[in-house]
Design a binder for this molecule. Structure first.
Ligand code: RBF
Length: 336
């Protein structure tokens, strides 16, 4: 073989070797390497649960010097799996973090095609997939606390009807949140009725306002808002009609002081932060599914807010506080 041919073969060999090496990182990606992707199933604006998710992951990323990319997938749910698949296919994320009850099934489907991709999913549940770890909240507790204050406020306003407006129906809404809310309201007064309505999306404030109007015309005085960006339409309608609203997921008193009379929250920012850190320590228990509630400090009702203390009567606050104390000390157990 001529020297020239030998050189050419050497160059080809080196190129092959190099190309194999270059590919390897995406196949045997270390858990701590690579950026973290946050997949928002919807948009962040108006949806506190998603804002908290991104905040928590970004805080962990900043602390550990890991890049965090947030991808908003938009409101078209039919496109979510394609978007999530693109993120996994890019090979650019050591972890994809997301949140909502529909994500575990979508991630499981993506996982079948990209088994190396790891997922941390909050507000959803799936055990048994080695690439997926989920944590959901005890939303029986969260909804019970919302229902309790809603019924107390309704009583004060002389009504025996409370409302709940949801962006859409989904199993956790129908089997956990609505029953928990009803249970909380009935603990105050077994004769209270619950008017549950569904908007059909998470953004249409105008349509949400119409629904709220109709509810109020039917005797509802307090409405629990779980409709993302559309919540503002409910608040405005309540304000114009001397009704009240209860906020879900985050502290909402400042949204409209005096109209928002309760905030039953989840600490999704804290949970996202802690679980992302755990992942970066290679200690996330993939394959398992956890649930956290009041006892663990991730579900709560905001009492120490000046707007709550100024605008909500002492009688209501004391009754609400007594109920919360019973959940905290374990004498009121709200298991799912
Ligand atoms: N909650 C929001 O605040 N904004 C949303 O855009 C939103 N989209 C959702 C889409 C689906 C398919 C499902 C199942 C839930 C969605 N939620 C949304 C509700 C959210 O996961 C959670 O149940 C509520 O925030 C109450 O904690």
């Amino acid at each position: 073989m001529s020297t020239r041919k030998k050189i050419i073969l050497c160059v080809i060999g080196a190129a092959l070797l190099f190309s194999c090496k270059a590919k390897r990182p995406s196949d045997t990606r270390s858990v701590t390497g690579g950026a973290i992707g946050v997949f928002i199933p919807g948009v962040m604006a108006g949806s506190a649960t998603y804002e908290m998710l991104a905040q928590g992951v970004e805080r962990a990323g900043k602390e550990k010097n890991v890049a965090v990319t947030v991808v908003e997938a938009g409101y078209n749910q039919a496109e979510w799996e394609t978007s999530l698949t693109s993120m996994a296919a890019s090979g650019g994320y050591s972890l994809i973090v997301s949140s909502n009850p529909s994500l575990p099934a979508i991630a499981a489907s993506v996982s079948a095609k990209f088994p190396h991709q790891k997922f941390l999913l909050l507000d959803g549940e799936l055990a048994g997939n080695a690439a997926i770890y989920t944590v959901r909240y005890n939303q029986t507790e969260q909804a019970y606390m919302a229902g309790y204050i809603a019924a107390l406020k309704a009583q004060e306003l002389g009504a025996a009807r409370v409302g709940l407006i949801a962006g859409q129906e989904y199993p956790a809404m129908n089997t956990v949140i609505v029953p928990g809310y009803t249970r909380g309201a009935h603990a105050v007064d077994p004769d209270v009725t619950v008017d549950f309505r569904v908007l059909g999306n998470w953004f249409d404030a105008g349509k949400a306002a119409e629904i709220a109007h109709d509810m109020i015309a039917n005797g509802v005085k307090v409405i629990l808002c779980i409709a993302g960006g559309a919540n503002e339409g409910i608040v405005q309608t309540a304000y114009e009609n001397n009704a009240a609203v209860v906020w879900f997921d985050t502290n909402g008193y400042a949204v409209r002081p005096g109209v928002v009379v309760g905030s039953a929250i989840i600490r999704q920012d804290k949970l996202a932060y802690e679980k992302t850190l755990l992942f970066l320590k290679d200690a996330l228990p993939f394959g398992s599914a956890d649930i956290v509630g009041v006892a663990e400090g991730y579900v709560d009702f905001v009492e120490d807010d000046p707007d709550y203390n100024t605008h909500v009567s002492r009688t209501i606050r004391e009754k609400q506080a007594a109920m919360i104390a019973r959940i905290r000390d374990g004498s009121l157990v709200l298991q799912e």
